[in-house]
Design a protein around this ligand. Structure first.
Ligand SMILES: [Zn+2]
Length: 301
């Protein structure tokens, strides 16, 4: 395996990553979701320790720029829990930001992303962007163009929030077709929310990584389709492109509250995946695949 994974404590070899929650959040906040912020470092540490107690060794925080990622807190949390943490730059949908702030940042996004990947005190290891429901709006296209530019400057992977799991193929058309990003550098997120196995297969055939995430959020009506989606992809020969994350975004979704939280990936889902799809596939999903998805041939330190 080549490349290095950029964690909040420095770059590591992909082989060091271990069992990974490939899409989650320790800190996140949005004006669109008042009162639901994840902003408590003690609670974040408790969740990391609960994940680590089950063998979890790495968490990728997909919180982009400007949404309360508290990156300055992440190195200490990583040290205290023994869990590798990869943080993100990038930008979410416009509704998650103050409009004036968005306007001020409009022309300098690629530089902002590159700075967070290569020159910040705690550097990011991926770029997060977001689509809209069944389409890409002007904001999404602008941010994705900047993300592609930052990718070409650094080789960092681009993780995509697909709104309700939709518009996956439009995203690949834009990032890979228009902007020349290699498909294996794109991680499509939230696919479990739109369990259309034909679209999943097309995205996999194009070469992208497919992230299924969200079991931490209670009441997702599509959760019960997860094993079907994974086995359809595995049967079609795409087991090496599957990632799994808990995507905890509210305090109530954590394991010390109402949700299954990060530990559920390992206590609830992993045994089922091992039983129904085999241990080799489970090992690929939890360790081998994220190691390749987040390994970067950094073009800048
Ligand atoms: Zn997320």
């Amino acid at each position: 395996m080549s490349g290095m994974i950029r964690t909040v404590l420095g770059d590591i070899a992909p082989e060091e990553l271990g069992v990974c929650d490939a899409h989650d959040h320790l800190f996140i906040g949005s004006p669109a979701l008042p009162g639901q912020e994840l902003d408590d470092p003690d609670a974040a540490l408790a969740e990391l320790k609960a994940f680590a107690a089950l063998g979890g060794r790495a968490v990728v925080q997909w919180t982009p720029w400007g949404m309360g990622s508290r990156t300055e807190r992440l190195p200490a949390l990583s040290r205290q829990s023994g869990v590798h943490i990869v943080s993100a730059t990038g930008m979410h949908q416009a509704k998650h930001y103050d409009p004036g702030e968005l306007e001020r940042r409009h022309d300098g996004l690629a530089d902002l992303f590159i700075r967070e990947l290569t020159a910040a005190p705690v550097r990011a290891g991926m770029i997060k962007v977001a689509g809209a429901y069944h389409r890409l709006d002007g904001h999404a296209r602008h941010v994705m163009a900047a993300a592609a530019e930052a990718h070409h400057a650094t080789d960092a992977p681009i993780g995509v929030h697909l709104e309700a799991g939709t518009a996956a193929l439009d995203v690949l058309d834009l990032l890979c077709g228009t902007h020349g990003v290699a498909p294996h550098r794109v991680i499509l997120g939230h696919l479990h929310r739109f369990p259309d196995t034909r679209i999943h297969r097309q995205a996999a055939e194009a070469g992208a990584f497919l992230a299924f995430d969200g079991p931490s959020r209670v009441h997702h009506g599509t959760d019960w389709r997860l094993l079907d989606s994974l086995s359809a992809l595995a049967d079609a020969g795409h087991a090496q492109q599957i990632l799994l994350g808990a995507d905890t975004v509210t305090p109530s979704a954590r394991s010390d509250a109402d949700g299954p939280g990060m530990p559920f990936l390992l206590s609830g889902l992993r045994p089922r995946i091992e039983r129904e799809l085999g241990r080799d596939l489970a090992s690929a999903i939890f360790a081998g695949n994220p190691a390749r998805a987040f390994a970067v041939r950094w073009r800048r330190p």
